[in-house]
Design a protein around this ligand. Structure first.
Ligand code: FES
Ligand code: FES
Length: 156
């Protein structure tokens, strides 16, 4: 096996240096090398969406993305998404949409991209938009309600 190679990732608006094997995932580098643990390791095989980050503004599964392939891409984790996710975070809190919280960073980032592309989604569009993010607490109804609250601007 080759030795870890140096790489520089643009994470949350600033360069972050790390070493990674060529087959190390972005999720491993974020969590284990850069201590950015907001992206969760759930299934680790592309199913659950708990590891969702934004790559060049688009939701992506960090467990399926090779770290070295992410050089020169703009990576946003929940730690760097305060401004884009703050109204959504308020809405999730008001709707009581957070149970264990494990899925919530991925839900927030996916929802933020959804609302950026479609500021007035219907309930069905919200459901479809979040369908790649699984909630093991099965809090889907409240999560959809939370995004609806944010859409309707009921969050102060
Ligand atoms: S941990 Fe990446 S999709 Fe489940
Ligand atoms: S709140 Fe527990 S997994 Fe969604």
């Amino acid at each position: 096996m080759t030795a870890p190679q140096p790489l520089t990732l643009q994470v949350n608006g600033r360069p972050r240096n790390a070493f990674a094997l060529l087959n190390d995932t972005l999720l491993s580098v974020l969590r284990d090398a850069l201590q950015l643990t907001g992206a969760k390791r759930g299934c680790n095989q592309g199913v659950c969406g708990a590891c969702t980050v934004l790559i060049d503004g688009r939701p992506a599964r960090a467990c399926l993305s090779l770290a070295h392939d992410c050089v020169d891409r703009e990576i946003t984790t929940i730690e760097g998404a305060e401004s884009i996710a703050s109204s959504l975070q308020d809405a999730f809190a008001r709707a009581g949409a957070v149970q264990c919280g494990f899925c919530i960073p991925g839900m927030l980032l996916t929802a933020s991209a959804l609302l950026r592309d479609n500021p007035r989604p219907t309930t069905d569009e919200i459901r479809v938009g979040l369908s790649g993010n699984l909630c093991r607490c099965s809090g889907y109804r409240k999560i959809v309600e939370a995004v609806t609250l944010a859409v309707e601007g009921r969050v102060e």
